[in-house]
Design a protein. Structure first.
Length: 112
């Protein structure tokens, strides 16, 4: 908070700063604040940084498509890890479990 607002958090314990004021200040930290980076929040990056990462990935996909790998649909470029998003690897994107029929789903939802 000191970096953005020039306020020492110890002022809270000294009685010179209210907890409400701390809450308001923390709730309105700008993107890129260290708190967001520590929390692995998407707000650790600005919208511009997220958009640039998406553009970079799309450009790598465009460059990959005309290659032998691209024509065969293998070894596609992965998105870079971004704060607040799990890596898009096989383990995260695999679907696990079994499909159920419409009748089973209606019964499960209590619609039958």
């Amino acid at each position: 908070m000191q970096h953005y607002y020039g306020i020492d958090l110890l002022d809270l314990y000294r009685g010179e700063l209210s907890s409400r004021k701390v809450h308001v200040l923390l709730s309105n930290l700008p993107p890129g604040a260290m708190l967001y980076r520590e929390m692995d929040s998407p707000a650790a990056w600005s919208e511009t940084a997220h958009l640039l990462a998406m553009i970079e990935h799309r450009l790598r996909v465009i460059a990959w498509q005309p290659t032998d790998y691209g024509r065969r649909g293998i070894k596609a470029p992965r998105e870079m890890d971004r704060p607040g998003f799990k890596a898009l690897d096989e383990e995260v994107t695999k679907h696990k479990g079994e499909a159920m029929s419409i009748e089973e789903m209606n019964e499960w939802l209590g619609w039958s």
